[in-house]
Design a binder for this molecule. Structure first.
Ligand code: 5GP
Ligand code: MN
Length: 497
């Protein structure tokens, strides 16, 4: 068996881990968890020398002592009180006192017996409420607790329902953890790498977004209602290559980042921010993996229900309000009917605006108001909100190259699935979805040139600070894919020969 040595820094110590490819992912995670002395529900991340998160897995690349990884606990219990340690201290001080008194007096005074039994009874009480780990009382988990999570089976053989319940359980356990300031800040940038986070962790991050924008306080959202809502949203995204919960997370995270980068908190009412973030979250709910053109050509139930008018976007929005209609998931339930009406109207507008068939209509409208943009003008504001959701929706290329490239693979996989089905059914096939006609570079150069750059540069006119965050990375991606495209063309005669 070949093993590899991984060097990493944790809590200021340089450590080594040794494992081989036949170790399970759970074993490797346990190993790092033990090294960080982390609880079984805490979230750990490993950073490389560039500060990027790398996946903790048996396939982790070996390194040398001077290119060590950094292991960090990024979410742990609130450290409000250190009760158990204090209790242990108290117990040992009592024992010490008791032995001293025994030496002097020859017997244990009643007062010490009383104190001992009080400490004992308090310990028993604490043990019986150990599940309330949100109190921050139980930094280190009992063995029983640890084994329950670390030996969790790999999710692959679980049914969809079992997998969701597992996510729900982990989300509930993790939702009380405190994310580090570093992660909370990173979450506000387009550099965030979604691929390093599991579903339950993403739900916690979504909760952080709602919390850090003060939505819970301003809109009187109860934490358990928010958690039920987020979990239902997660359940209503399908396991398809692209339009899945990871896409939902990315779009919402980009929206969140844009809100902070452009300081929209000081320019728009909180209600509008809630509309934008929730629209991003819900914008592709129950996406079937086949686009509107397919729905219309195949005369699907959705196309029939919505008379060929943005069938998917109408459906995403209807599913969103279906979730909100359940009282236990209704994050809007403590709002006035006027506020509800405004949010519903806003979300419908923002989600329907994500139909790319309306791209030019919306961009042109934004261009026309741009020179005299006024944040207090209702019409201007509504167009901006649509643009913000649209930008977030198609922002993968604004992310680090490695993150974006994986997204492109997912998108093409979904496109190819659709065009394969269309070929089988004898339906029209769009060239950009056809596996015989499309390549990664050709797909991206035209999308970046004709869709992303015109849209992103228009928004950058209003918020110049976005240039470095979204426009520059997209320009670089264009350069990268243009080079690849040219190289591909140069090679063509040889490959064909
Ligand atoms: P969505 O379906 O996610 O609501 O709308 C975005 C649409 O824009 C996608 O379905 C896809 O057609 C297109 N799109 C988004 N990102 C990219 C990309 O990076 N490359 C290409 N070629 N198309 C994209
Ligand atoms: Mn989308």
């Amino acid at each position: 068996m070949t093993t590899k040595i991984i060097h990493f820094m944790v809590n200021g110590r340089l450590e080594q881990a040794e494992f081989g490819a036949n170790n399970s992912a759970a074993d490797v995670k346990d190993l790092f968890r033990a090294a960080a002395e982390a609880g079984s529900n805490h979230i750990l991340k490993l950073y490389d020398t560039n500060g990027s998160v790398v996946k903790i897995s048996p396939r982790l690349e070996a390194n040398s002592e001077d290119s060590y990884y950094r292991l960090e606990v990024v979410a742990s219990d609130l450290q409000s009180v250190g009760m158990p340690t204090e209790l242990d201290d108290m117990e040992s001080r009592l024992q010490h006192l008791e032995s001293k008194v025994m030496e002097d007096v020859g017997k244990t005074p009643d007062i010490i017996d009383e104190l001992k039994s009080q400490v004992e009874s308090f310990k028993r009480k604490l043990e019986s409420v150990q599940h309330l780990n949100w109190m921050g009382l139980f930094h280190k988990d009992s063995d029983h607790h640890r084994s329950k999570f670390s030996k969790k089976p790999t999710t692959s053989h679980l049914s969809v329902d079992e997998e969701r319940q597992q996510v729900r359980k982990n989300f509930t356990i993790m939702s009380s953890l405190q994310m580090t300031e570093k992660v909370r800040e990173h979450l506000k940038t387009p550099n965030f790498d979604n691929w390093q986070w599991e579903e339950a962790e993403m739900l916690v991050l979504l909760q952080v977004m709602f919390t850090d924008l003060d939505f819970l306080m301003v809109f009187h959202i109860e934490l358990d209602v928010l958690q039920n809502f987020l979990f239902e949203v997660y359940c209503h995204y399908n396991s398809i290559p692209f339009h899945n919960f990871h896409h939902c997370f990315c779009v919402t995270q980009m929206m969140y980042g844009l809100i902070w980068l452009t300081d929209l908190r000081s320019r728009l009412p909180r209600l509008d921010l809630l509309i934008m973030l929730t629209s991003a979250l819900c914008h592709d709910l129950d996406h079937p993996g086949y686009n509107n053109v397919f729905q219309i050509n195949a005369q699907t139930d959705l196309a029939i229900r919505y008379n060929d008018i943005s069938p998917l976007e109408n459906h995403h929005c209807a599913v969103a309000f279906g979730i909100l209609s359940k009282p236990e998931c209704n994050i809007l339930k403590n709002l006035s009917s006027e506020q509800y009406r405004l949010i519903r109207g806003g979300m419908i507008r923002c989600i329907l605006a994500t139909d790319m068939a309306r791209h030019n209509e919306i961009l042109n409208k934004f261009k026309s108001i741009q020179p005299a943009f006024d944040f207090n003008n209702k019409e201007h504001k509504e167009v901006l909100m649509k643009i913000m959701v649209k930008v977030s929706d198609i922002s993968n290329e604004a992310r680090p190259m490695a993150v974006a490239e994986q997204w492109l693979d997912c998108l093409l996989q979904e496109f190819f699935n659709q065009s394969d089905t269309e070929k089988l059914k004898g339906l029209p096939v769009a060239p950009f979805m056809d596996r015989d006609k499309v390549s990664k570079p050709s797909s991206q150069t035209s999308f970046i040139r004709f869709v992303l750059l015109p849209l992103f540069s228009e928004l950058t006119k209003l918020f110049p600070c976005l240039e470095q965050h979204i426009l520059e990375p997209v320009r670089q991606a264009l350069e990268y894919y243009s080079t690849l495209e040219r190289a591909g063309k140069d090679e063509e005669p040889t490959t064909k020969a």
